[in-house]
Write a protein of this length. Structure first.
Length: 166
């Protein structure tokens, strides 16, 4: 009898400890958002991935995951999550078009990049935000679009190069 009570007590303690260690959704979201807002993408990414595994396909997690992957130079993974976001663009910030363009651009898919950069540029031009702030962003997007156009042109005529160790 004493052995059963002892085992029951140990089992209860294990459940209490396990539930105390598991962070709740709210605190996990707050921590992830804090890291994300402070540009600590390498710290935010595992937290958002954990949240996404617990609550799959949640729009609040897909977009930050894609941005984290993009800033961690994992463009292929970023594109996977970015394309999920593009299925319902109304659920995400207007910068989705910019980051989608950036993702496609880094993966050398220039036509897709231009499409999303163009959408973002149109949003900026039609925005009611301060003109000065938008001018800088418009200039940046136009520069990126020029880079895409130049990249498309250069990819048409690749150079045959051989790198030789001296």
């Amino acid at each position: 009898m004493a052995k059963k009570i002892f085992l029951l007590g140990i089992t209860c303690l294990m459940f209490i400890q396990a539930s105390a260690q598991a962070p709740n959704r709210t605190s996990l979201e707050a921590t992830a958002r804090g890291y994300f807002d402070a540009y600590y993408y390498h710290k935010a990414l595992p937290l958002y991935l954990q949240l996404d595994s617990l609550y799959p396909e949640t729009p609040d997690y897909l977009y930050p995951i894609s941005i984290c992957y993009l800033n961690e130079n994992n463009d292929e993974r970023a594109l996977i999550f970015m394309e999920k976001c593009l299925q319902h663009p109304e659920l995400y910030p207007h910068t989705l078009n910019f980051y989608s363009g950036r993702c496609y651009h880094l993966l050398h898919k220039m036509d897709d990049a231009l499409k999303y950069y163009n959408r973002y540029l149109n949003e900026l031009k039609n925005s009611r935000k301060s003109i000065k702030k938008n001018k800088k962003r418009i200039a940046e997007v136009e520069r990126l679009m020029d880079m895409c156009k130049n990249g498309k042109e250069m990819m048409k005529y690749p150079l045959e190069l051989e790198i030789v160790n001296m």
